[in-house]
Design a protein around this ligand. Structure first.
Ligand code: IPE
Ligand code: IPE
Ligand code: MG
Length: 249
C-alpha cells in the first residue's frame, strides 16, 4: 500500500472528473418535516438519492464514491430513529446488492461494526464478499464511522504491527492503516442540507479536498444539483501549496 499520492506529500494529478467524491448526506429530517411527514420518511426517500447518485457516478467515470450514512455520534438520536436507520440499512443492502454486483460495483463498509446486530454484520460481510472482485465504481458506505475513531484505530494497528518503529512513524505508515487505505484521498467533498461542518467525517483524508456545501436537502439532491457540484469543482484551482504561477508553467 502507500502507492496513492498523499496531498501533503506529493502533488496528485488533477482530473476534470473527480476520482473520489465523499458526501455527507444531510437534511433528510428537514425534508420530511417540510412535508409534515415523520423524519424517517426523509431517510427512506434519501435511499432513492443514493441509488441515483451511484448511477450518476458510474456514468461519469468517478472511481470512488464515499457516503456518510451514520456517524459515531448518531447513536445519540432517539432509539426509534436509530432502529429505523439500522433496519433501512439492512433492507437497502439486501435489496440493492445484486444490482450493484450486476453493475460491476464494489461495496465496502467503513466504520466500527462491533455495535451492529449480528444479522446486519453478516449481511455487510456477504455484500462485501459478493462484490469484492468487481472492477467498476468503488462505493464506500461509512456507518458508525468517525474520523477520530479512524485515526485512533489506525494508530493502534500500526503500532501493533511495527512495534520496533515507535517514534519514527511517517504519514504513509499511518495512512496504510486508515479504514480507506484502498482509495486515494477525496478530490471533492459535498455536504447537502446547509450545515457547514465536517461532523467527524474523514478528518485525515480531507486535508486538501475541495469543499462544496449546498442548501439542497439530501432527498432533493438529484442530477441537476449534482451537476452544479461537479461544475464548481471544475472551476477550482488546486495548488497544493504552490503558487498559481507555478501551475501554469
Ligand atoms: C442525515 O439527515 C441522515 C443521517 C444523519 C442518518 P438528518 O437526519 O441529519 O436530517 P436533518 O439534518 O435532521 O434534516
Ligand atoms: C452527519 O449528519 C452524519 C451523516 C450524514 C451520517 P448529522 O446531521 O448527524 O450531523 P450534525 O450532528 O448535525 O453535525
Ligand atoms: Mg442532520
Amino acid at each position: 500500500m502507500g502507492f496513492f499520492k498523499s496531498s501533503t506529500q506529493d502533488i496528485p494529478l488533477f482530473n476534470e472528473i473527480p476520482k473520489h467524491i465523499a458526501v455527507i448526506m444531510d437534511g433528510n429530517g428537514r425534508w420530511a418535516r417540510k412535508r409534515f411527514l415523520p423524519r424517517v420518511a426523509g431517510h427512506k426517500r434519501g435511499v432513492e438519492t443514493v441509488r441515483n447518485m451511484v448511477k450518476q457516478c458510474a456514468v461519469l467515470g468517478v472511481d470512488y464514491l464515499t457516503l456518510f450514512a451514520f456517524s459515531s455520534e448518531n447513536w445519540r438520536r432517539p432509539d426509534d430513529e436509530v432502529s429505523f436507520l439500522m433496519g433501512l440499512f439492512m433492507d437497502a443492502l439486501k435489496r440493492e446488492v445484486t444490482k450493484l454486483h450486476d453493475n460491476n460495483i464494489r461495496l465496502i463498509l467503513i466504520g466500527d461494526r462491533s455495535r451492529f446486530s449480528q444479522p446486519l454484520i453478516e449481511q455487510i460481510e456477504a455484500s462485501e464478499k459478493l462484490t469484492a472482485l468487481n472492477t467498476g465504481l468503488i462505493l464506500t458506505i461509512a456507518a458508525n464511522y468517525g474520523g477520530r475513531w479512524d485515526i485512533l484505530q489506525a494508530t493502534n494497528a500500526m503500532q501493533k504491527a511495527t512495534p520496533h518503529k515507535i517514534g519514527t512513524f511517517e504519514e504513509a505508515d499511518l495512512s496504510d492503516y486508515l479504514a480507506m487505505n484502498y482509495a486515494p484521498e477525496p478530490d471533492l467533498f459535498i455536504r447537502t442540507g446547509g450545515e457547514k461542518r465536517i461532523s467527524n467525517f474523514l478528518l485525515w483524508q480531507l486535508a486538501y479536498t475541495e469543499f462544496y456545501f449546498t442548501d439542497t436537502l439530501w432527498p432533493d439532491f438529484n442530477d441537476e444539483p449534482f451537476k452544479l457540484a461537479i461544475q464548481s469543482y471544475q472551476q477550482r484551482e488546486r495548488r497544493f501549496g504552490r503558487t498559481s504561477e507555478q501551475l501554469t508553467t
